[in-house]
Design a protein around this ligand. Structure first.
Ligand code: FMN
Length: 184
């Protein structure tokens, strides 16, 4: 079970000038988070024939035994109820040639997979062709943090294709080895 720790007062080793509610301004926080370079992924999900995908950088390895990853999904995203209901998701690690798909799956398209090459994986989630790698997961734990849910998934299928990854840094899509943003 995930442990929730929401202290109402600061722990004793922290100066009393920092109370239990203190935090930096959200804009300051965003300025630091923009300094993280991250892989760009599409988290796919399915409810019967309804297929969805959302662009995501909040993806992280958790344990090797069993193989597990976490994804962090805004509760207002369409993907959220689909993952909750189906208990499954797939992480598609986009390749450097798939910037258009990152933009597509961040824009809530009406029929997300109508023009996207894919096949259906063993969990029922769509798997995007041309990606660098994918993981298919069954949800084993979830916890809510503010506006988001952290879903931890046990990995039940995977494949790698050895493409170059698509990265996101300082608000721009990039590829490995390039200091400049990719032209749009
Ligand atoms: C580079 C990038 C990274 C993103 N990462 C996340 C993320 O980790 N979690 C999340 O909930 N939304 C993230 N988003 C926003 C979602 O992709 C966006 O809200 C999407 O439209 C949700 O799709 P849905 O409503 O069909 O589920 C990201 C967007 C971009 C452009």
């Amino acid at each position: 079970m995930l442990v929730h720790r929401i202290p109402s007062a600061a722990p004793e080793n922290i100066p009393s000038s920092i109370d239990g509610q203190e935090h930096i301004a959200p804009d300051e926080f965003k300025a630091v988070m923009r300094r993280f370079a991250a892989n760009v992924n599409v988290i796919t999900s399915a409810n019967g024939k309804i297929l969805n995908g959302m662009t995501a950088t909040a993806v992280c390895s958790v344990t090797t035994e069993p193989p597990s990853v976490l994804v962090i999904v805004n509760r207002s995203n369409r993907s959220h109820p689909i993952i909750k209901l189906s208990n499954a998701f797939a992480v598609n690690v986009l390749s450097a040639e798939q910037k258009h798909l990152a933009q597509h799956f961040a824009s809530r398209p009406a029929d997300p997979f109508a023009s996207v090459d894919h096949f259906i994986g063993k969990t029922g989630c769509p798997i995007i062709k041309g990606a660098d790698a994918f993981l298919e997961c069954v949800v084993m734990q979830e916890t809510e943090v503010g506006s988001h849910t952290i879903f931890v998934g046990r990995v039940v299928a995977s494949q790698t294709f050895n493409e170059q990854p698509l990265l996101y840094h300082a608000g721009e899509y990039r590829r490995l080895g390039e200091a400049k943003a990719m032209a749009s």
